[in-house]
Design a protein around this ligand. Sequence first.
Ligand SMILES: [Zn+2]
Length: 263
Amino acid sequence: MRHRTSGWALTVLTVLAVSLGIPAQATAAPAPGAAPAAGQAERAGDVHAVRQNADGTTSVSVYRPAPGVTADALAKKLKAKGVRGVQAPTSGDVTALALPCSYGTARSLECSPVRWAHNGYADPQVYFLDHTSSAWPMTAVVPKWHESVGIDSYYRWYTDGCPGGGRHCAHVHNSNYGNTGWTGVTNYQYNSDRYFVDGSVSMQLNDYYGGSAAEHRNTACHEAGHVLGLGHGTSTSSCMYSSRTSTTVPNSDDFALLPRIYP
Ligand SMILES: [Zn+2]
């Protein structure tokens, strides 16, 4: 019912936009920095810092709050540290959006989605270049994401470099970044066609907040899902849930949404 209602609302908005001569995308993707419209609360639970670049690209960092830290508290902390473009976190229930922004409990990272280019491959090829210590099990996380239809994820030790030839790479780092308020952050840049910019995408995993092996894997799985274009889901059965849990894997909705982002 909720899908039907939001689909109906989207149709009305689209018709309204068309009648006003506004491109349909304008209703689906509010300008970065703008407050999310009603029904666009897909960012609940994380904190985005968004900066518009002179070359027309947009740079984003998505921060996952540490245990016991609210999104509001994290946003205040980031601003106090001089991070630019910190957006006011959304709150409350994560609202279902129309495809390809939402499927079941899964959500895309941005709506409309930001995604990787195919570059001639049947599925976009994404290599995770691992700089991390053994505490962060990227060797387990990446093959799990590779099970998804629509996009191919590969593990690679960073010294082997990015293979090139239209394949994409994301660097994965860990460090004791300190009492930052976040356990993980994904940084990315996207162009006016809403494709990730090669060389701009990275993950940072914070040693400071400790946690169990399962919690480390949960955060690594979570940030890797952001790298592929997924946002925060509403189910604790997925590592894409906004808060840190002991869930080490994506759920079936994540795997159902990815091929819809990458048709
Ligand atoms: Zn997140």
